[in-house]
Write a protein that binds this ligand. Structure first.
Ligand code: AMP
Length: 430
């Protein structure tokens, strides 16, 4: 199948061709016909699957076709609510890009910056508004934004939205939406709370499920390093110096921690940038731009700040801290191994984080291979070595005669497995 088979209007097709898109991704192939028919959609898909185009293309098409009969100033007819500024900006860029040959105008609003410039654009009139929940409500309360003309509503990354505590804001937005509308609801996971929220938003939706959360873990080559907390930076420096890679995204649990990692790397002569909520919008955009353009190779991020980062050629993800939510681990490592590329993810696990590791392994149905011969192995670990089974799903390309040294893992069995050595080139792309 290609885009020509999806009944997409010529101005949008032309923009897609310019982007070099030849074939629709699975979520696009399945969702675009449903949305062009005007149905509500419940989409289970992650960032990286092409879901932005899956909803942007039909919305642009409906608006473009509807425009021919409408007169007067532009009113907001489509609202996309997404959890982070970065994601909002990327969605707006996608609308710009796919709508280049239509007369559909969009704008993006988010907090953390003064509202003046955003309000000016809104007053001139737009067709599509992409917003984070806080600033949206703020401008609604000031009477600057009205949702009464909304025909298409998208709630993006609903699971993140709930994780980030936006549920009350979402409810307030929902209360102001016209009941006659087309609604789209996307989430990477479908926990009961998410399904409950989707019921409040959607009529009788069609469902599209793309890549359940767990499958990311199958694409990405993962390793875990047992290391005492104070030794983590030394291990990081050691790894980065032994085998430099083009682009590394390092996850820190806290903003303060992210700054500290950047500082400590700097002391070892390794330049890195941090991106998190305490940084100004300008500094975040700069760091992201430098990283995307390849000018800087190491970005240290918190989960929230990294949420919307869309980088196609990310060589490596490092979990400097393990996340307490196992789903977050899957989101993180999904930053590498996008599309069909294989990626690499290394996790540092201190004594205190063992329980998190256990939860992660349970969620992904894999025991993550342990690197057992690095110089900063925690003392308790040196004494423990068991033979353990790694995932039945993941195929490793090593010899069967070797065994992997793994400590204290759940579901230990004595199936012979290859030894996971910290080789000279542990995380280079193949
Ligand atoms: P998303 O999941 O919307 O964040 O998209 C992930 C990446 O895939 C973005 O960089 C898009 O530009 C790209 N993309 C989306 N659809 C296609 C397609 N049909 N062909 C090639 N690239 C695409």
């Amino acid at each position: 199948m290609n885009f020509n088979d999806l009944n997409i209007i010529p101005p949008v097709l032309k923009a897609l061709q310019e982007q070099g898109y030849t074939q629709p991704s699975p979520i696009q192939e399945q969702s675009i016909p449903i949305l062009l028919r005007g149905k509500d959609l419940l989409g289970c898909a992650q960032t990286g699957t092409g879901k932005t185009a899956a909803f942007a293309i039909p919305i642009l098409q409906h608006l473009h076709l509807g425009k021919q009969n409408s007169k007067g100033p532009r009113k907001i007819k489509s609202l996309i609510v997404t959890p982070t500024r970065e994601l909002a900006i990327q969605i707006a860029q996608s609308f710009d890009c796919y709508g280049k040959y239509t007369d559909i105008k969009n704008t993006v609003i988010f907090g953390g910056v003064k509202q003046g410039a955003q309000v000016q654009i809104l007053r001139k009139g737009v067709d599509v508004l992409i917003a984070t929940p806080g600033r949206l409500l703020d401008l609604m309360n000031q009477g600057i934004i009205s949702l009464k003309d909304i025909q298409y509503f998208v709630l993006d990354e609903a699971d993140r939205m709930l994780d980030m505590g936006f549920i009350h804001d979402i409810r307030k937005v929902l209360a102001k939406l016209p009941s006659k509308r087309q609604s789209l609801f996307f989430s990477a996971t479908m926990a009961p709370t998410i399904i409950e929220l989707s019921r409040k938003i959607l009529g009788n939706p069609e469902k599209v499920m793309i890549k359940p959360e767990q499958t990311t873990a199958e694409k990405v080559e993962q390793s875990v390093f047992y290391v005492n907390k104070p030794e983590k930076t030394k291990l990081l420096v050691h790894l980065l110096k032994t085998d430099p890679v083009d682009s590394v995204l390092i996850f820190s649990r806290t903003k303060h921690g992210a700054d500290r990692i950047v500082r400590l790397l700097g002391r070892s002569g390794i330049q890195a940038d941090a991106i998190h909520g305490n940084k100004s919008q300008g500094a975040r955009q700069r760091a992201l731009k430098n990283f995307k353009s390849g000018r800087s190779g190491i970005l240290v991020a918190t989960d929230i700040a990294a949420r919307g980062i869309d980088i196609e050629e990310l060589s490596l993800v490092v979990n400097y801290d393990l996340p307490n939510l196992p789903e977050t681990y899957v989101h993180r490592i999904g930053r590498t191994g996008r599309a069909n590329a294989s990626g690499m993810a290394l996790s540092f696990c201190s004594e205190e984080e063992r329980a998190y590791l256990k939860d992660i392994q349970k969620l992904i149905h894999q025991n993550i291979p342990v690197v057992s011969d690095h110089p900063f192995m925690s003392a308790s670990e040196k004494n423990v070595s068991m033979v353990v089974s790694t995932s039945p799903k993941k195929k490793h390309k090593r010899s069967k005669s070797q065994t992997v040294k793994v400590a204290d893992n759940a579901n230990c069995t004595s199936i012979p497995k290859p030894e996971k050595k910290f080789s000279r080139k542990p995380y280079q792309r193949k």
